[in-house]
Design a protein around this ligand. Structure first.
Ligand SMILES: Cc1cc2nc3c(=O)[nH]c(=O)nc-3n(C[C@H](O)[C@H](O)[C@H](O)COP(=O)(O)O)c2cc1C
Length: 527
């Protein structure tokens, strides 16, 4: 008991009232393993969890709220409390809050299942201390070639959040989502699929940085999304052959006429116009407050289609060898750089391979990396996979492991540009290992950041816990993406703890919402 109180005092200054409460109500025999999320109000979010017999409540004070300050004063982690967790968990946690006269809203879901023993285990503590020094790998800032600094090594990977207003402009929920990620400690958030051409969007919830945009809303989004010394970049997208058919007439590098994939091919003039389009969009992104851009050349969208022999059947200077297929990508980077100046970050996302028979191979992708090395790119984000009907899948990673680490190590030999790797990171140990291996400079996290928007803070704490990923029994095509996307909406509404949708419902709501948005899109952009 004494030890625990001493330990607590080291973690954060504890008020007298709290000490009294701890002394009178600590009964180790009633402790139970588990974790609990307490929420109150719009911004306040505490995470309380028990480890080694200690219930610790973390509160990120950076949101500006200080409702816990009667208990604890400290910087990022201001709360750390001890209390018995009995079967009546609510009563216990309410007890804690009664100390400062508050009634919490308690959502009793287990976010971090903790295998720790109830009694403090010194071996484990030693291990934790070792990992604390390893944490430098995660917390170390990274200076990009353009001079911009990422404050740590954890990046919220681009996700199409489907939180635009249906007419290409941001919403309050979207601004709140990026604020949550900022407060959660990510060094950088990349907004997925910000369109350079309203005629070729990925979905109708995309943002469009083009003429007639709502500048005020974009500035608001950028301001809230960068509110914690972090970066917010726009992923510049063009869906090409895979643009959303209800609001588009898809057009890719080459015309295709397959049962499940039909599109027109781009003329040379249209291809030659792309660098200007990306450059103009990047300039607008900079002018409204985004702190960088990522060019999307992955996952089977337009620039990935140019790189892929499945989509790119051109016989002119933009098709054929990988050098020619890569030409448009390099032209775009150079034009974007000229538009945004030398100190603005430009990243690119590429596939490590298409993961389809007949698609872009790892050898091709390594050549792309060599070409990128000759440009002023600041960060190469490695991902993988594309869609093309009828092609046999090939997987270039082992199940249960981060997907593209091995490719990153090969890529590292081809370039001095920092590498980000996204895909399959579920545990902090995996992230640390990847950073240690010298192949990876930055860890990209997508689903994990949807499940726990404050994951970077958690992983930077000594005992950082991992996220439990949901398992879905069976899912219709796109169903899992829909589930994660609807959870993004819930996060933007600060309601993710109340709103746990099943997969079919999430899928239905996602499709219905987009069908509605298509009407809005057409009203603004025509088509
Ligand atoms: C809901 C959702 C939306 C996504 N949207 C995009 C996107 O707009 N652009 C992109 O490049 N990748 C997108 N991705 C892919 C992720 O960036 C990431 O590559 C993938 O989820 C694997 O990483 P993870 O294992 O950390 O989730 C999306 C993923 C999810 C789950």
């Amino acid at each position: 008991m004494k030890g625990l109180v001493a330990y607590l005092s080291q973690v954060a200054p504890v008020s007298e009232a709290m000490m009294e409460f701890v002394k009178t109500s600590f009964h180790p025999e009633t402790l139970e393993k588990g974790s609990f999320c307490i929420r109150e109000g719009e911004y306040a979010q505490d995470i309380a969890f028990m480890e080694e017999g200690i219930v610790r409540a973390f509160y990120n004070d950076e949101s500006g709220r200080d409702y816990n300050k009667n208990f604890f004063q400290g910087p990022a982690i201001i709360g750390s409390c001890v209390a018995p967790i009995s079967k009546e968990k609510t009563g216990c946690l309410t007890g804690i809050y009664h100390c400062c006269g508050r009634q919490p809203f308690l959502s009793d879901f287990c976010r971090f299942p903790l295998p720790n023993p109830i009694e403090p285990d010194t071996t484990q503590r030693e291990h934790a201390m070792t990992s604390a020094s390893e944490l430098d790998l995660l917390s170390k800032p990274l200076t990009l070639p353009c001079g911009a600094v990422l404050k740590n090594r954890m990046v919220k990977s681009p996700m199409s959040d489907s939180l635009g207003d249906g007419a290409g402009n941001p919403t309050q929920e979207q601004a709140r989502l990026y604020e949550r990620w900022a407060k959660g400690g990510a060094a950088l958030s990349v907004i997925g699929e910000v369109q350079v051409d309203s005629r070729f969007p990925e979905r109708p919830g995309n943002l469009v940085l083009g003429p007639g945009l709502n500048r005020t809303m974009f500035q608001h989004l950028a301001q809230r999304g960068t509110s914690n010394g972090n970066h917010l970049w726009a992923q510049l997208g063009h869906a090409g052959a895979l643009s959303h058919a209800p609001i588009s007439q898809p057009k890719g590098p080459s015309a295709l006429d397959l049962e499940e994939l039909k599109c027109n091919g781009m003329s040379v003039a249209e291809v030659e116009n792309l660098p200007d389009r990306f450059a103009k969009t990047a300039s607008i992104a900079k002018s409204v407050g985004f702190t960088g851009v990522q060019i999307h050349a992955g996952h089977g969208f337009l620039l990935s289609q140019f790189l892929s022999p499945l989509f790119n059947l051109r016989e002119d200077e933009y098709g054929g060898s990988i050098t020619s297929r890569c030409r448009i990508v390099l032209e775009i980077i150079n034009r974007v750089r000229a538009a945004v100046g030398p100190s603005f970050p430009i990243a690119i996302r590429i596939n490590s391979m298409d993961q389809l028979e007949g698609g872009m191979t790892e050898t091709d992708a390594l050549e792309v990396v060599s070409h990128l090395d000759t440009t002023s790119t600041d960060l190469i984000d490695i991902s993988g996979g594309t869609y093309f009907p009828g092609m046999k899948p090939i997987r270039n990673y082992r199940a249960g492991e981060p997907y593209f680490e091995e490719f990153a190590r090969a890529a590292k030999k081809k370039t001095s540009i920092p590498l980000m790797v996204t895909g399959g990171f579920k545990r902090r140990a995996q992230a640390l290992q990847a950073l240690e291996s010298n192949g990876v400079d930055v860890i990209g996290l997508a689903r994990a950041m949807v499940l726990a928007p404050d994951l970077p803070h958690v992983w930077l704490s000594e005992h950082g816990q991992d996220v439990e990923f949901p398992r879905f029994e069976s899912a219709p095509p796109g169903g899992i993406t829909a589930w994660y996307t609807m959870r993004l909406t819930a996060i933007g509404q600060d309601r993710e703890d109340e709103t746990m949708l099943d997969l079919p419902t999430a899928n239905r709501l996602y499709e219905e919402r987009d069908a509605e948005r298509c009407k809005c899109w057409k009203t603004r952009f025509g088509g």
